[in-house]
Design a protein around this ligand. Structure first.
Ligand SMILES: Nc1ncnc2c1ncn2[C@@H]1O[C@H](COP(=O)(O)OP(=O)(O)O)[C@@H](O)[C@H]1O
Ligand SMILES: CC(C)(COP(=O)(O)O)[C@@H](O)C(=O)NCCC(=O)O
Ligand SMILES: [K+]
Length: 244
């Protein structure tokens, strides 16, 4: 049994796996890290490994306290990955994006894959049918769009996510909701159209904290799975064990 942990820029997500089956998922804030991991390990005594992917310079020590009896593995660029990396700056490619690319490569063989992760930032990652990671895009996430408009203007309020009724905003608030939500939906649909025109036989996976909210608003049919990074971590770790 393993626990995978995804340390994003906003929150921490974790899941318990028995082989390929996700038994339970968790979401918590960074300050509650040790307590939550401890609770998970108390509940699932058969856990043998903690597998962590972190977008930042996580305090390794916070995880290493669990090393008594459990193996702690931080996924890094030195691990084996099931794709060839054709990114121009492979050393600066986010570990989270590498794990998503690895998961898509292993779970959806012999096809083109586009993984869209709607988290703090929106990341687009493209792995082609020859298992070459080609790159993608990075743009601000939903919450970041609201926060940055407030932070970098004199007059715009800080709003929380709301569904815009129409695309024509009739007030400051509805204009901002339309700009953020419709703007992001148009962006994602636009990228999907570009990728579909560029290559046939492509699977599109949408994940991240805003995946469910966005999925039902997209024109394109996609596969929404908010646990895809946690599942990809499980796959990446099994691949590493089998290939090291
Ligand atoms: N309690 C919450 N705290 C922060 N963001 C949340 C929360 N619930 C939903 N979200 C949404 O999740 C998004 C962040 O997604 P997440 O996958 O947690 O990010 P990351 O992987 O970068 O930490 C935000 O844009 C926000 O709209
Ligand atoms: C783009 C990201 C900030 C996304 O982080 P997230 O929204 O998942 O928290 C992260 O993948 C990152 O720091 N990447 C490094 C730059 C790159 O991938 O090229
Ligand atoms: K992301």
């Amino acid at each position: 049994m393993i626990v995978t942990v995804d340390v994003g820029n906003t929150r921490i997500k974790a899941a318990v796996f028995e082989d390929d089956t996700l038994l339970e998922g968790f979401v918590f804030d960074k300050i509650e890290l040790q307590k939550n991991i401890n609770d998970i390990l108390m509940k699932y005594k058969a856990v043998s490994h903690l597998v962590i992917s972190s977008v930042g310079d996580t305090d390794r020590a916070a995880f290493l306290v669990f090393e008594k009896g459990i193996k702690v593995h931080f996924v890094s660029r030195d691990d084996s990955f099931p794709f060839v990396n054709n990114y121009g700056t492979p050393k600066t490619l986010g570990i989270d994006r590498m794990v998503l690319a690895a998961g898509a490569t292993l779970l959806y063989p012999h096809q083109n894959r586009l993984i869209i992760d709607a988290g703090t930032c929106i990341t687009y990652d493209f792995v082609d049918e020859n298992n070459v990671y080609q790159g993608g895009a990075i743009s601000p996430g939903l919450r970041l769009r609201y926060e940055s408009m407030h932070q970098y203007t004199a007059k715009l309020p800080l709003l929380t996510l709301e569904n815009p009724e129409t695309f024509i905003g009739k007030s400051t608030q509805t204009s901002m909701h339309s700009g953020v939500v419709n703007g992001l939906v148009y962006e994602i649909d636009g990228f999907i159209e570009e990728y579909k025109a560029f290559c046939k036989n492509i699977i599109i996976i949408l994940t991240g904290g805003d995946a469910d909210f966005l999925a039902k608003r997209l024109k394109n049919t996609i596969f929404a799975n908010s646990n895809f990074l946690l599942e990809s971590l499980n796959q990446t770790f099994q691949y590493k064990i089998n290939n090291d």
